[in-house]
Ligand binder design. Sequence first.
Ligand code: ASP
Length: 349
Amino acid sequence: MEPLMKKLLLSLGLLVSVSAVAEQAQQATGKVSNALAPIGIVIHGGAGTIMRSSMTSEQESAYHATLKHAVSQGYAVLERGGSSLDAVSAAVIILEDSPLFNAGKGAVYTWDETHELDASIMDGSNRNAGAVASVTTVKNPILLARAVMEKSVHVMLSGKGAEQFAQEQHLVQVQNSYFDTEFRLEALKKAKQSIEPVPHQAYVPYDPAWKMGTVGAVAIDKQGNLAAATSTGGMTAKRYGRIGDAPIIGAGNFADNASCAVSATGHGEYFIRYQVAADICARVKYQNKNAAEAAHEVLTELKQIGGDGGVIVVDYKGELSWVFNTEGMYRAMQSQGKAPISEIFGSGQ
Ligand code: ASP
């Protein structure tokens, strides 16, 4: 629509969409405000071959309970006027602390039977971001990513430097064995059996049956600000030092008030090469696409070249969605005034 025509319609009171208001605010201040959009939050706990037949009803209930708890804690932050950054952090901490998911406690094992964690967070109001890669002693990597964003001049820290920064920031540090779980050790053994033994395996064929379990959250707050957070142990049997998409801004995580916020899960190498999170938001911004449609397009294209995974999205209008090209994705959402919903199985496209 021509800007002149838009102005005319606006002055006639015929077009009062959130997007138009946001655009006007952007013209006036150089910043995007989506303040009329409803609040909302979406979370994920990983995508893969997740089948009801391979899960007991107790396990299923435990997943639903934790997903609902995490999403409602995030929503509570938004409802009392807290920021989307605080909401995504609150939800992700709960998922990191749960052994059910591949982030924090319950993280997958590297080939060498250790854990190396990646995480990132992004503030859609100013496109500030923080990320950490290959950390081994930080109990909640999402808090470290946030500290990198807020307390350092950098966007990404890795390994020893990141651990040292965690210490300076007085974040809780643990022994690497804190992240151990039997279930993930079994997954590592299975992965090793299925491939040729090569020390520090550089290439392990991704098997979605190993149930990834990366976690993430996206949210929009009362000010209309978007945020995204992603945290993971990476991929089972990864080579030590391997960094996935979760801490790569634009790949596994992205937020921009002018378009959308995305957190991804799946085969990280593909998500990095195809800049999945940023590509979805670029399609919203430059092609005026609906965010769910943009996510659907990108995940379909990714599947065609062999990239498995899924995303959760919130756009500048406050629309919440999830899209995945695998058999399941642990997911939950809570939109304004509604009860939280959680799902595990089903088609994601
Ligand atoms: N994307 C993560 C990685 O490649 C894994 C996952 O989401 O399951 O490290």
